[in-house]
Design a protein around this ligand. Sequence first.
Ligand code: 4NP
Length: 153
Amino acid sequence: MTSVLFVCLGNICRSPTAEGVFRAMAAQAGADVATDSAGTASWHRGKSPDPRSQAAAAAAGYPIDDLRARQVSTEDFHRFDYILAMDQSNFDDLEALRPADSTAKLSLFLSHCDEPATEVPDPYYGEADGFAEVIRLVEKASAGLLQDITSRS
Ligand code: 4NP
């Protein structure tokens, strides 16, 4: 079993979307993975994904209404095989939190696909099309990550 943690800032837009898309693709492929998501910030702890993210994900076939926000912790660096940061700021915050004996592989999520963008843009304060763009990027990166994981095991 491979464990995968998706991390963004609030854990209500990008990372729950990533978890929902990746877990569906992994299930479809019959891959033995455990998934979770978390935020570097604690503001939305216990909350459901943003309704705009829920709507965009459901429209693309990925229900995420069961997910609840939590803050990332140092234990996550031992509990998960892979930790995927949605943007560079999340990556830098995770690097700062990472314990010296961390066993997790930390990477930018989009580094697992050939998308020219390196970051999944934060859609929280933007227009509705930002949520559809998150789905597009996350689908691409999920397919690449799944391939990376299954080719290693
Ligand atoms: P996320 O988006 O990091 O993709 O979950 C955000 C959600 C909430 C806030 C910022 C980004 N916020 O400022 O509350």
